[in-house]
Design a binder for this molecule. Structure first.
Ligand SMILES: [Zn+2]
Length: 561
């Protein structure tokens, strides 16, 4: 039996509980329970100097402050990480790279750092033994500039090692490759094959192909290599994403993606399995552009995948003398490099992209290639008057000094890779003569004109490590500190600038500066935790610095062992 007194008590309790729940809701809307709290560290955020902690909920930063303040966001399900003095920076975002290319490279024979053609061959011979059969062997990373005799290798080396097996091993920049005799045979390349447009088949004194192919010459062989299945594609993407996480990379701009791969990324994103923020630039191939433009820009609701840009190719690279220059190569008179794409096609593709609401990012390395693209953008500014085009020139490597102010004037972002400078500086003067060096790899001069820049690596052309990029930007030296004082030292930038270009600069280039690239309330919780301060440390310390943790959209995706 329940008495009236019991009923009254029960009613009172119900009211009390309701009040408590209401109070709880009230505080929840002001101060949501965090899914993740980082505390006891040093948070690099310009708006709140001295911050030691931050709280994250639903993939975003909900508060930045001192430990006591942030503690208020702790609830029963909050994961709390004590940073023990580690430094939190906005997540590194590589604004020009080839994610799938990295995955492919990680699944291929690694020829980086080979000191001689013999070393290249011995690594290939090893793979030949480990993977017997007659399937294609592929590799990447050789660089004849690292060898004692700085000459292109010959296919005989490969034939001696693997016999009648098709082999294609690309140079470190991907713009040249060495093919075995079997690979040439399968591709139908003989002494009678003419050089393709925008490419070259290198021949010996007797006119026979040596196996070395340049730019679109490489494409002749690549076109006949059987494509991989979906399992292998997934394996490669996984390898690449994990590799990025280990280096503290939370987001990438992938320069050159097929519409098919966009669909694959989208399926990962929809299943909640994409844990790297991808900003994709579509490949300039008809099926991809037609499909992309018909669909229009693509954003997932959590911005983990964005597809609203197009990658165009104007010229080749400096190392293989494919970069298109205004004057002859210093070490090859009569040769000015190559335009790798028909110029009318570039103009019309840029126009179509702009009309379809896509940003244009054009690969241009030589000064003539850069000038051509600046002219295209100027024309489109005048004719289409886009409100916020954020044109990009990928690499922006060798500029005529007269063209440098045009980046800021026309609103062109220079998407640069500081490690390209330090990789190329030992031989850049051979290619360019001293007189063209002042406009080469001129990041600081561009910044001073008010141009927007963003940083990346162009991996797998270069190593993924963003700390190596910060070091290169701050020193313009090799890891051993040479040349003393830095190559073209007027282009050295500060630690603060370098970090900003690797984070906020990349966010701006992806139209995400209000969501990404700084550590502030409301921004996506893409964060990198380091065991040192990359802004205030001595540059040499960057080379020893370790990534302790990588966080993408509030999820810890990597933790140092
Ligand atoms: Zn690239």
């Amino acid at each position: 039996m329940t008495s009236a007194k019991d009923n009254a008590m029960r009613r009172l309790l119900t009211i009390l509980i309701s009040l408590l729940v209401l109070a709880g809701c009230q505080s929840a809307s002001d101060q949501p329970e965090a899914t993740l709290i980082l505390m006891g560290g040093h948070v690099i955020t310009t708006e709140r100097p001295g911050a030691t902690a931050l709280a994250i909920s639903e993939g975003r930063i909900v508060a930045v402050g001192d430990d006591a303040t942030i503690n208020n966001f702790q609830g029963p399900d909050t994961k709390v990480v004590n940073l023990e003095g580690a430094v939190v920076v906005p997540g590194f975002n590589d604004s020009h790279c080839h994610l799938y290319g990295l995955g492919k490279a990680l699944s291929e024979i690694d020829l980086n750092g080979t000191g001689s053609p013999q070393e290249v061959v011995s690594r290939i011979a090893k793979a030949h033994l480990e993977q017997p059969g007659d399937s294609w062997l592929q590799g990447r990373g050789w660089d004849q500039n690292d060898w004692e005799v700085q000459e292109y290798p010959n296919k005989k080396l490969l034939d001696d090692a693997v016999g009648d097996r098709p082999v294609l091993v690309r140079r470190v920049d991907g713009h040249a490759a060495l093919a075995s005799s079997k690979a040439l045979e399968l591709a139908g390349i003989t002494a009678d094959t003419p050089d393709p447009d925008g490419g070259q088949i290198i021949r010996d004194a007797d006119g026979q192909p040596t196996g070395v192919l340049i730019d679109n010459g490489v494409g002749l062989v690549r076109a006949i290599i059987p494509s991989v299945g979906s399992d292998e594609m997934a394996r490669r993407v996984n390898l690449a994403v994990e590799h990025c996480h280990r280096f503290g990379i939370t987001g990438v701009h992938e320069a050159g993606v097929s519409w098919g791969r966009v669909q694959y990324y989208k399926s990962l994103a929809d299943a909640g399995k994409l844990n790297l923020r991808i900003y994709a630039l579509l490949n300039d191939v008809p099926e991809t552009l037609d499909a992309g433009f018909a669909h229009g820009p693509l954003h997932t609701s959590d911005d983990i995948l964005t597809v609203r840009a197009v990658k165009l190719y104007v010229d080749g690279a400096l190392g293989s003398r494919g970069a298109r220059l205004l004057e002859d190569y210093c070490d090859h008179s009569g040769h000015r490099g190559l335009f790798v794409t028909d110029l009318d096609h570039l103009r019309s593709a840029a126009r179509r992209a702009t009309e379809a609401g896509f940003q244009v990012g054009a690969h241009a390395i030589g000064d003539e290639a850069n000038r051509f693209m600046l002219d295209v953008y100027e024309e489109l500014n005048n004719s289409l008057k886009p409100a916020d085009a954020r044109w990009r020139i990928e690499h922006s490597q060798i500029l005529s000094p007269a063209d440098i102010p045009r980046f800021a004037e026309l609103g062109v972002i220079a998407a640069m890779q500081p490690v390209h400078c330090t990789s190329d500086m030992d031989w850049a003067a051979d290619r360019l003569c001293e007189d063209r060096l002042p406009g080469a790899y001129a990041g600081n001069t561009l910044l001073k004109t008010g141009a927007h820049l963003c940083f990346g690596t162009d991996f797998p052309v270069e190593r993924v490590d963003p700390l190596a990029g910060l070091y290169a930007a701050r020193t313009r030296t090799h890891a051993d500190g040479t040349p003393i004082g830095g190559w073209q030292a007027q282009e050295i930038i500060t630690g603060e600038q370098a970090l900003e270009l690797y984070t906020a600069g990349s966010a701006y280039a992806a139209f995400m500066e209000n969501q990404l690239g700084i550590i502030e309330k409301g921004y996506y919780a893409d964060l990198t935790v380091l065991n040192g301060n990359p802004v205030t440390c001595e540059p040499a310390e960057l080379l020893e610095m370790k990534v302790e943790m990588t966080i993408v959209a509030g999820e810890i995706v990597y933790q140092a062992p």
